[in-house]
Write a protein that binds this ligand. Structure first.
Ligand code: HXC
Length: 256
């Protein structure tokens, strides 16, 4: 399907979703979030798709919520309309979603990247929560997810000063899984996504569910949850195939 502010490409089992408002550095307008959610729904429903990449341009993943659109909002527009609730679709995805971030990932852009399962960063990526400079604060999870990912001290400094951090600092801080030369970001993201797509999809989805549990529950409950799910993998044909292939010294051919 074609969208106004989002482009999609399919690379075998991988769907690449590209934010596409170049005139506004991919500022996250209501229309863009609507298009993104529809593209995510489509990828989640498509049986042949097993991994999703969310990206922007070389200049910007997304420079935040659309300030021009938001500027005249009142408290009641926000409270009653609750537009930020629309941003959470990506967190409800059951299939894995990789954020491939080049250029600016600021404000809501950084928050959107953090909602994905992991972030691959180009060496020109810049992350930040500059909302404080606008007289507001992060509203799509920035104060929460950033704190979980990089700890209180750095999250506090970034949110209170609006300072941007570069890709190397983001990697040291644990915000991104890896830094890649900008020109190689998309080919490398597709390679990673294809590797994930070659695994057992139920095993991938279960592992994702367990890791996400780590953020929502105590360690002992998380361990209990993981163990139940681990035992459940033995009910899948892919476990039989994966272990049989190992014993026979051949690559596995997962069916689900
Ligand atoms: C609307 C934006 C925008 C934004 C950039 N643009 N960011 N429009 N909302 N968030 C527009 C600019 O107005 C400009 O349009 C064009 O994109 C190019 O931007 P420039 O500023 O000219 O580019 P540059 O000098 O390279 O500076 C890049 C930048 C800067 C450092 C990223 O654009 C910037 O600071 N942007 C705002 C970042 C920000 O504050 N984000 C947080 C937003 S609040 P024209 O028409 O002039 O060419 C937020 C809250 C989320 O995200 C909470 C949940 C909803």
């Amino acid at each position: 399907m074609a969208y106004e502010t989002v482009l999609t490409e399919t690379h075998g089992p991988v769907r690449l979703i590209r934010l596409n408002r170049p005139e506004a550095l991919n500022a996250l307008s209501v229309q863009l979030i609507k298009d993104l959610n529809a593209a995510l729904d489509e990828a989640e429903a498509a049986q042949e798709i097993r991994c999703i990449i969310l990206t922007g341009s070389e200049k910007a993943f997304a420079a935040g919520a659309d300030v021009k659109e938001m500027q005249s909002n009142t408290y009641l527009d926000g409270y009653l309309g609750d537009f930020v609730a629309q941003w959470e679709r990506v967190t409800q995805m059951r299939k894995p979603v990789i954020a491939a971030v080049a250029g600016f990932a600021l404000g809501g852009g950084s928050e959107l990247a953090m909602m994905c399962d992991f972030i691959l960063a180009a060496d020109n990526a810049k992350f930040g929560q500059p909302e404080i400079k606008l007289g507001i604060l992060p509203g799509a999870g920035g104060t929460q997810r950033l704190t979980h990912l990089v700890g209180k001290s750095k999250a506090m400094e970034l949110c209170l000063t609006g300072r941007m951090m570069d890709a190397a600092e983001a990697e040291r801080a644990g915000l991104v899984s890896r830094v890649i030369p900008a020109a190689d970001l998309i080919p490398e993201a597709i390679k990673v996504a294809q590797a994930i797509a070659g695994m057992s999809l139920p095993a991938v989805m279960m592992a994702k569910e367990c890791i996400n549990r780590a953020y929502e529950t105590t360690l002992s409950e998380g361990i209990r949850f993981e163990r139940r799910v681990f035992y459940a993998t033995f009910a899948t044909p892919d476990q039989k195939e994966g272990m049989q292939a190992f014993v026979e010294k051949r690559p596995p051919a997962f069916k689900s």
